[in-house]
Design a protein around this ligand. Structure first.
Ligand SMILES: Cc1cc2nc3c(=O)[nH]c(=O)nc-3n(C[C@H](O)[C@H](O)[C@H](O)COP(=O)(O)OP(=O)(O)OC[C@H]3O[C@@H](n4cnc5c(N)ncnc54)[C@H](O)[C@@H]3O)c2cc1C
Length: 325
């Protein structure tokens, strides 16, 4: 099926664009001649529109409205998507699978009376539009053929595609004025709290040092923090320790946590359940430390160390420190 127009739903993030937005634009460019983006943000949209152009958006539908930052859920963005789609007539609308993207995709699907397919890692357009997801820990691919009326709405996992700039293309900016009904604006976000963090974000870090139940005590995460800081990396965790309250949910890697794709992933005391590995098996090099030589994580590991992580980590930290000093 030849796709003519794809609309990418852009997401503002930390003063720039969310990396998944750039990944989606890059993929969209490879699938359709005409790529548009829609951005709903309380402010600062014009600056981001030029970056959207550099990644291939020929037109950016920009809804700048202070209420967007105050609305609960994804309806404000969904109204912008609906209005942009009315002008662009896309065959396909792509959302990034972030918290905001998931909310907005569901709301947009309701507003536009379309189905939405989520958790997608790839897209094919030939011979028909297919959204690809995986099951059984990423071992099997499932293709969902999307044959209903356009636009198809798809939510794509971060890191499914590599982002690359198109060049110095300039996007035409079309301003949207949102007509938000009372039921969207009635509930408002009263305040936001940001967890303090240092070092790179888990999703962007070149090195991730992750811990599981094998670390035996939450205080042993200090070893991971120390190692991660020396390697300019971030600390991750298995769900078992997040559920146990050892570390916040933001650390969780896996099916119901974050997907990471670092150069090096160091799994310490993590068994390697498929729900965990689905979130980290894209790492370039995987190092596992586990005292059970039969642990499933060793099937994935490029380097496996059989032993007690609580013995090995202090030695590894001392060795790394001696080399960087
Ligand atoms: C629907 C669903 C979604 C899920 N989503 C996720 C997800 O997103 N992320 C995720 O991680 N899990 C997820 N899980 C849970 C997953 O199935 C596993 O239960 C979890 O990953 C196990 O965590 P763990 O490896 O830390 O713990 P365990 O399975 O208990 O493994 C601990 C490991 O540590 C080793 N060990 C023990 N002591 C030491 C030591 N001193 N030194 C070295 N090694 C040691 C053991 O040999 C063992 O291999 C999900 C489960 C379900 C059902």
């Amino acid at each position: 099926m030849a796709l003519n127009t794809i609309l990418v739903v852009a997401e503002a993030h930390d003063g720039g664009l969310h990396p998944v937005t750039l990944e989606l634009l890059t993929k969209a460019r490879s699938m359709a001649p005409d790529v548009h983006a829609v951005l709903a943000a309380p402010e600062g949209g014009e600056a981001l529109a030029s970056e959207l152009g550099q990644y291939g958006a020929s037109t950016v539908y920009l809804a700048e409205d202070a209420r967007i930052g105050e609305c609960v859920g994804g309806f404000a963005t969904a109204f912008a998507v609906r209005d942009a789609a009315a002008q662009a007539s896309p065959d396909l609308i792509l959302f990034g699978q972030t918290y905001a993207g998931r909310d907005a995709a569901g709301c947009a699907a309701v507003l536009m009376q379309r189905t939405v397919v989520s958790n997608i890692i790839d897209l094919e357009a030939d011979p028909e539009l297919r959204a690809i997801s995986t099951v059984f820990g990423g071992t099997q691919r499932v293709a969902t053929a999307m044959s209903g009326p356009a636009p198809a709405i798809v939510v794509v996992r971060a890191k499914s595609f590599e982002a690359s700039e198109k060049g110095t293309s300039v996007a035409e900016v079309v301003h949207l004025t949102l007509d938000l009904p009372r039921w969207v604006t009635a509930a408002r976000v009263a305040g936001r709290a940001q967890e303090s963090a240092s070092g790179p974000k888990l999703e962007d870090a070149p090195v991730v040092v992750s811990g599981g139940r094998g670390l035996q005590d939450p205080k042993n995460f200090a070893l991971l923090q120390e190692l991660a800081e020396m390697l300019h990396g971030a600390v991750g965790a298995s769900r078992a320790v997040v559920d146990a309250g050892w570390v916040p949910y933001a650390y969780q890697v896996g099916q119901t946590g974050k997907t990471v794709k670092p150069t090096v992933y160091i799994a310490c005391g993590i068994s390697g359940a498929m729900q965990h590995t689905v979130g980290m098996k894209g790492a370039k090099y995987i190092i596992a430390i586990n005292k059970d030589e039969g642990a499933p994580i060793f099937k994935l590991a490029d380097l496996g160390v059989v032993g007690d992580a609580l013995d090995i980590l202090p030695k590894l930290i001392a060795e790394v420190r001696s080399r960087i000093n």
